[in-house]
Design a protein around this ligand. Sequence first.
Ligand SMILES: Nc1ncnc2c1ncn2[C@@H]1O[C@H](COP(=O)(O)OP(=O)(O)O)[C@@H](O)[C@H]1O
Ligand SMILES: [Mg+2]
Length: 444
Amino acid sequence: MNDPILNSLREALRQSPENAHLRLSIARLLLDAGRYAEAETELKEGLGHNPQSSPLETGLAEVYHAQGKFSVAIMLCEGVIKRGNPAAETHVVMAKSLLANDDHEGASSAYKLAKQLNPELDLPELEELLHGLPGIDTSDLELNFAHGNPNADYDAYQERPKTNFADVGGMESVKEEVRIKIIHPLTHPEIYAAYGKKTGGGILLYGPPGCGKTLMARATAGEVKSTFINISISDVLDMYIGASEKNLRDIFAKARASKPSVLFFDEVDALAASRRDMRQSAGRQVINQFLAELDGIDSDNDGVLIMAATNAPWHLDAAFRRPGRFDRILFVPPPDSEARESILKVLLKGKPAGEVDVAAIAKKTKDFSGADLAELIEVAIDSKLQAAIKTGKPEPLRTKDFLQAAKKVKPTTKEWFTVARNHAMYGNEGGQYDDILKYLGISK
Ligand SMILES: Nc1ncnc2c1ncn2[C@@H]1O[C@H](COP(=O)(O)OP(=O)(O)O)[C@@H](O)[C@H]1O
Ligand SMILES: [Mg+2]
């Protein structure tokens, strides 16, 4: 299947393999396409990064259900339910698997629990159970299932990150902007009010992939100790139900309900692509809904910090750049040598490395993104591991191991600039891409 959505999700996952929500979206596409084995592999890999992730385990249970492995699916769901706060989906997969195992009563009460969490559920094969078995008392069974609070706000993409600015190497000017625009208004609202300074509006980060946009957004939430709601394209495009506008409304409502919160739209171009570029866009309706939510027309976005990131700012509908919307647009360049040093220091924390001359490595890694540097460290560890297996003697990594790895890993940012250069030279309305030109050393 040469599916562009699948490809872009895979690319995004390559940048952040620990992103459980992306992983789930990919598995969902594979599952829908009947590619069960691949979906299973994907989810297991995801569980390697996020052990005991309830959404991932539920996804895996669904894949087992699809493969006819009902008992395994039931066991997995039971585990998730016992841990507490299961999602409606967990109960649905449980119900379907129980039904497939001919346990009608169990299936019926599992489906009831699912409907408590999501009253809009309407799955014909399960609805039938409710109507077909009116007299059965299922209260005992519910006790077995309902360990968590059924009304607890369960969410696959909501988190409270521990990551903060200390985990982000370099990016000093971006950090400073975020402090002024987002953190200070939140920590000193009275001072901003005293000077009649309007707060609100969002920050858009753009630049080549792997240079820390997503990391920065997560770290911002960690910095202000707020909830982080990470929305990736797949959440909103809603390929399954086709209710993107409602999803958007729900997402903003959730962010307002859990403020202070950082509401982050990753790969926002997929959502807010201009009409010209409708191939990748979610459609005019969605754009309008998004703009209305940004403007806080029906409700107030106070305490909701809105951030977005894109590798392709030129696809973005210009309406998003108006004041009060994404009016602070920040270029996140590849790290310079000094930034690479700090990134390497951050990334080497907790790795089996001895004394390492990060400055020397930084010098040899021009054009490397943060993600490329992370890759370099993995490559160095891998080759050291192989050597240790041969000699039977594990040794810490040294500078030369990284320098050798630097020859094997190719920097990925150059490719982005070949595209960006054209947009910056020929589509630079209002000087919006001056930063790119400056970076490339092209004077106007
Ligand atoms: N400035 C940075 N400091 C530390 N690590 C970084 C930095 N930039 C990138 N990385 C590493 O690269 C990975 C991918 O970065 P990410 O934030 O997802 O990039 P982007 O969103 O710009 O594509 C991060 O998870 C992190 O391991
Ligand atoms: Mg990203």
